[in-house]
Design a protein around this ligand. Structure first.
Ligand code: ATP
Ligand code: MG
Length: 390
């Protein structure tokens, strides 16, 4: 079905589509960018689908990058941004539940739309044609429904990443998952074990950063949580999840909120299993630790905490304390502000006495130097006014 409406395309996308059409081929904006524009959301990126083969696309544009020629994708550069232009294609058989064995190019747009995962992601648009919507994407968009294109069992069996994408879109858009699609997720859930942990992590992160992070609970309901990494199934604490959306949408913070009921060790194991980057693992683990640490509401304890956590980690820990219903965060913030304002020493490197001074005063080079410095630092955390060389 073609729906004659006009949607706003960025100038560069109009330019890319126009150049391809001028060369005698079809071209449309497609997928997530059409979905998001229709919803009034700002698309992350704009993808173009075309009847032109990759070689033809490369011949039309001066500046292109071979992004995935075997899948038909060429990136066109315009105004310092990249636009992925992909040839209409039919995915061959999937034997591993992850990648098609082969892809075949086709001159038929509908074939290309058919291979896409959900009806809301299977619409194409150009100014000339309007919206091409063969699978009821518009209707599902209006009703707020995530529904597979074609038979759900088949589509999830082909590519198990779609199991998580369904939950992720539901969380990002606040959509319900259509009944037969949902039933198929439960049936095909064990296939998720075939998907690489990096891709699983990327989807879970998008879900946690979404407007409805509490929908992470759907992982449990569908049985997907048992297929993620060992121990993941044990982290579910529904009462807590309903509060996750109160946390700012930051990667470390939302993951820490999700894993808050775990020991830092368990949280680290889960994140390592998901191939999370070390910086995030460190921040999550420290935030959880800080959230559970009892901080007396007095400056020496807060100075010590400021010496042990980065400002980002400490603030994250306070946000998690608030999430757990602790009334202390506000007072801790106030004390922290005063400590910062007064310029109290909260780091060994701001200590007025250096290792060098100790050596000059006759202390022998060795572990003793560090021990003395630590002792002095402890004193200064208690009595900041003592931070001078005398
Ligand atoms: P976002 O960019 O917000 O993550 P998106 O829908 O644009 O969402 P992309 O991964 O950018 O998702 O993919 C672009 C389009 O390609 C999708 O809208 C969909 O039509 C298709 N697509 C992506 N991944 C799959 C998949 N695993 N199976 C089927 N179609 C897919
Ligand atoms: Mg996209």
């Amino acid at each position: 079905m073609e729906i004659k409406v006009r949607i706003q395309l960025p100038y560069e996308v109009e330019w890319v589509i126009g150049k391809i059409r001028d060369a005698g081929y079809e071209a449309f904006a497609v997928g997530g960018c059409v979905r998001d524009t229709l919803l009034g959301r700002t698309p992350e990126d704009w993808d173009v689908t075309t009847s032109a083969r990759p070689e033809a696309v490369k011949a039309i544009f001066e500046r292109t990058v071979d992004t995935g020629l075997q899948h038909g994708t060429v990136t066109v550069l315009k105004n310092r941004k990249g636009y992925e232009v992909t040839t209409y294609r039919i995915d061959g058989e999937y034997h591993d539940g992850r990648h098609p064995d082969s892809v075949e190019f086709t001159p038929n747009l509908l074939e290309d739309l058919k291979r896409r995962d959900f009806t809301i992601n299977a619409m194409a648009y150009s100014h000339e044609t309007g919206i091409v919507d063969e699978f009821g994407g518009m209707e599902d968009l209006k009703a707020g429904i995530v529904r597979c294109v074609g038979r759900p069992e088949d589509r999830f069996t082909e590519d198990a990443l779609r199991l998580l994408r369904a939950l992720r879109f539901s969380a990002q858009l606040g959509f319900e998952i259509e009944e037969s699609t949902y039933a198929a997720i439960k049936t095909i859930a064990p296939n998720l074990a075939k998907v690489s942990k990096e891709r699983v992590q990327a989807e879970l992160t998008k879900l946690l950063l979404s407007a409805h992070p509490e929908r992470i609970l759907l992982l449990k309901e569908t049985g997907l949580s048992a297929q993620i990494v060992p121990g993941f199934d044990a982290v579910f604490a529904p009462a807590l999840f309903s509060k996750l959306s109160q946390l700012p949408a930051e990667k470390s913070l939302r993951w820490a909120g999700f894993l808050l009921c775990q020991s830092t060790k368990q949280a680290e194991t889960v994140l390592k299993g998901l191939k999370m980057d070390n910086e995030t693992i460190g921040n999550v683990s420290r935030m959880i630790e800080g959230a559970k640490e009892t901080l007396p509401l007095e400056k020496p304890a807060i100075r010590r905490a400021m010496s042990r956590y980065t400002p980002y980690q400490l603030e994250g820990a306070l946000k998690l304390k608030e999430l757990m219903g602790s009334p202390d965060a506000e007072e801790i913030r106030r004390l922290r502000e005063e400590i910062i304002r007064d310029g109290d020493c909260v780091s060994l490197k701001d200590l007025a006495v250096k290792g060098r001074d100790l050596l000059e005063a006759g202390v022998e080079r060795g572990p003793m130097v560090g021990e003395i410095l630590n002792h002095l630092f402890d004193l200064v955390l208690l009595y900041p006014e003592k931070n001078d060389r005398e």
